[in-house]
Structures are given as C-alpha cells and as structure tokens.
Design a protein around this ligand. Structure first.
Ligand code: CMP
Length: 136
C-alpha cells in the first residue's frame, strides 16, 4: 500500500530573492511531489521564533529567526508517496557544502543559514508545521 504523506516546505528569503521559486517547484514536480497549497508571505521575527521554537536552545536561534523574517518566503504543502523522507532527500544536507550533487541545497544554497529551503523532519512536525501556516 502506498504511503501518501504531506510535508511543509519553505522557500527561504535567499531563494525568493534570487527568483528561484520556479526552479525549485520544477524539482518538486519532477519528483512527484504535488503542491497542495502555497502562499508567499513575509513573517515577523516573533512568528519565526514560534515556528523554530524547537531550536530555541541552539546558539544560532536568534540569527535563524531574524533571517526567516528578513524577506518574503513561500510556504507550501507538498503531497506524495513518502513525501517527508523524499523531500528531505531532494533538499540535501542542511549545510549546502555537505549536500549531495543535484540536491536543492547543493544547487542553490549559499551557506548553512542561507540554505534556500526548509522541510519538516518527521510526521509529527509535518502536521504541526502545516497547521502553523495553513490552519489558523
Ligand atoms: P532548517 O531545515 O530550516 O532548520 C533549522 C535551520 O537552522 C537550518 O535549516 C539552518 O538553515 C539553520 N542553521 C544555522 N546554523 C545551523 C547549525 N549549526 N546547525 C544546523 N542548522 C543550522
């Protein structure tokens, strides 16, 4: 039986600024990830802090929140077979320098902070992150 899942994708400010939205969307469609909902928004630092609160104890937390709020982003619900794992594979490692060839972060990421995209890391977080942006 196929395992259809939904996951949350964010195209981060560095990628929106460089007009990479369509390039990234075409990688989703090539990999059979369907965009079920999408919106371009500009969130506040407080909203970013709430979204990334699992990282609140990390030394990079403040910079991370300021960065996500620094410009427009595109948030999307992606759906497909094993979408959570599949999307993490096509994003590549968090640090673009360590990401595999042809992954989104290898192709477009600038640094560990400006790594172009975010994706949920588990079923539980996918549900929470989708609710954060779409069900309120
Ligand atoms: P993301 O998948 O959006 O989740 C948290 C983000 O923190 C991560 O991508 C990185 O962009 C950012 N980040 C900054 N520094 C680090 C670090 N040292 N380790 C992991 N993530 C980091």
């Amino acid at each position: 039986m196929s395992n259809i899942e939904q996951t949350l994708s964010i195209i981060k400010p560095d990628a929106v600024e460089r007009n990479l939205i369509e390039d990234i969307k075409s990688i989703f469609s090539k990999n059979n990830l369907v965009i079920k909902n999408s919106k371009k928004i500009h969130i506040t630092k407080e909203e970013a802090a709430e979204f990334y609160k699992v990282h609140q104890s990390k030394p990079f937390y403040n910079d991370l929140c300021a960065y996500l709020a620094s410009g427009p982003i595109v948030v999307m619900i992606l759906e497909g077979v094993n979408a959570i794992t599949l999307y993490r594979e096509i994003m590549g490692a968090t640090d673009p320098k360590k990401a595999e060839k042809n992954t989104i972060r290898k192709l477009f990421g600038i640094s560990i902070d400006k790594n172009s995209v975010h994706g949920s890391d588990s079923t539980e977080n996918a549900k929470k992150e989708i609710e954060f942006f779409f069900n309120n």
